[in-house]
Design a protein. Structure first.
Length: 123
């Protein structure tokens, strides 16, 4: 699974996942920098255009976009959600825990395109 990281995640997360062999980009990467601060619909459209799942904490807005797309029979990216409670931003060790959980989730084959919440111990 190819992955796009939303702006609340540091670029180092993408770097560490790439070092583990995953196809992961971040809105903080040069090629995606135009998505920093962009409306959620643009971030969603970029994930669809690049055939990437999207990792975000923004459950309410992206669930709404997903529901709207499904109602129109339009494409929507697979969404992978985390929470600041599960993976606290700014806390030592959070990036490492995210790397481990995402490494496990990205290595698992998943049927369909259902969105899901990432768990600290894996997917």
């Amino acid at each position: 699974m190819r992955l796009l990281l939303d702006e609340m995640y540091p670029a180092t997360l993408a770097e560490q996942l790439r070092a583990r062999g995953h196809d992961v980009v971040s809105v903080h990467d040069a090629a995606y920098h135009h998505l920093e601060g962009a409306p959620d619909a643009e971030v969603c459209a970029a994930a669809i255009a690049d055939d990437r799942a999207l990792l975000t904490e923004n459950v309410a807005d992206f669930r709404r976009l997903e529901t709207d797309a499904l109602g129109r029979d339009a494409p929507s990216p697979r969404l992978i959600f985390t929470t600041n409670r599960q993976f606290p931003r700014g806390q030592a060790g959070t990036v490492g825990r995210l790397v481990l959980a995402l490494d496990a989730a990205l290595a698992e084959p998943r049927e369909g395109s259902a969105s899901f919440f990432l768990e600290a111990g894996g997917s």
